[in-house]
Write a protein that binds this ligand. Structure first.
Ligand SMILES: NC(=O)c1ccc[n+]([C@@H]2O[C@H](COP(=O)([O-])OP(=O)(O)OC[C@H]3O[C@@H](n4cnc5c(N)ncnc54)[C@H](OP(=O)(O)O)[C@@H]3O)[C@@H](O)[C@H]2O)c1
Length: 262
């Protein structure tokens, strides 16, 4: 079996959703996982689940929208483990007020700070350790909204995620000489807590048809276990029932009713 034994992986946004599932999957594969998010409670719950399954996790909480946080955390990882093999740059937010008619500077700052500046800060902090050890993997959770513009996600989120896609490709252009690879993952809708911030509530039936966090965890684990000579530059992944397409062609999900007796 392909494993991550001996590897140190830092997962941001690890207290919930895609980050939580990825941290659990990495730990299952044998990696030591460093968990970051602003709230300690969810991180403790994930660390407990990893410990109970026989894995190793270390909590480093903090607000990644501040550059000092990622500097501090990478310093702590380097001191404790002396290496950093994988960074999953996954923390992100959106705001309720996302149409231009409602968008305010504070919302733009929040979204760009958590989705884009934080991603840059984490990479800038991680690169020196990866260069020193002669390799490393950067995975960024961008979005379908990082590839395709639609009104659904709002301009700040869409712009920040497009920038994350560009950031990842720019890393591959420069850092391959240091054995460093960068993968940007662009998921369509995933049934996580971030959907609770949608202006139009998402039904349980819609959530059930979406990608699940574990689907993304498996995808990211596939990237993380690829041989060092393989660079997976970009992954675009969506639920089979893609609500954007369904909306465009006016398709409705088929109900699995019992056949009527004649
Ligand atoms: N769900 C989707 O449909 C979807 C689709 C495409 C892309 N994505 C992207 O996937 C990533 C993960 O989101 P998710 O869907 O798993 O939603 P989620 O459960 O809300 O996860 C987001 C995580 O990011 C953390 N976070 C937010 N701001 C932070 C900050 N400033 N500093 C540190 N941590 C921060 C949150 O923890 P704290 O609140 O404790 O800080 C939370 O655990 C995000 O980048 C999101 O944009 C999601």
């Amino acid at each position: 079996m392909t494993t991550m034994n001996g590897q140190v992986a830092w997962v941001t946004g690890a207290g919930s959703g895609i980050g939580e599932a990825t941290a659990l999957e990495f730990a299952r594969l044998g990696a030591t996982v460093v968990l970051t998010g602003r709230r300690k409670g969810p991180l403790q719950a994930v660390a407990r689940a990893i410990g109970e399954a026989g894995g190793t996790a270390w909590i480093q909480a903090g607000d990644l929208a501040r550059a000092a946080t990622s500097r501090r955390i990478v310093g702590a990882i380097d001191k404790r483990y002396g290496r950093l093999d994988v960074l999953v740059n996954n923390a992100g937010v959106n705001v309720l007020e996302r149409a231009w008619a409602k968008l305010a500077p504070a919302g733009v700052d929040q979204v760009v700070g958590a989705n884009l500046s934080a991603a840059f800060y984490c990479v800038i902090a991680a690169l020196p350790v990866m260069r020193r050890q002669g390799g490393g993997l950067l995975v960024h959770t961008a979005s379908w909204a990082g590839r395709f513009v639609s009104p659904l996600s709002g301009p700040a989120y869409t712009a920040s995620k497009h920038a994350v896609v560009a950031m990842s490709h720019s890393l591959n252009m420069e850092e391959f000489v240091n054995g460093i690879r960068s993968t940007v993952v662009c998921p369509g809708e995933v049934a996580t807590a971030i959907l609770d911030k949608r202006p139009v509530p998402v039904s349980a039936a819609d959530r059930a048809r979406m990608l699940q966090s574990e689907d993304l965890a498996r995808t990211i684990a596939h990237v993380a276990t690829a041989p060092a000579h393989v660079c997976i530059n970009e992954i675009v992944i969506s639920p089979t029932w893609n609500r954007g397409y369904a909306h465009q062609i006016g398709a409705k999900p088929k109900t699995k009713g019992r056949r009527r007796k004649t």
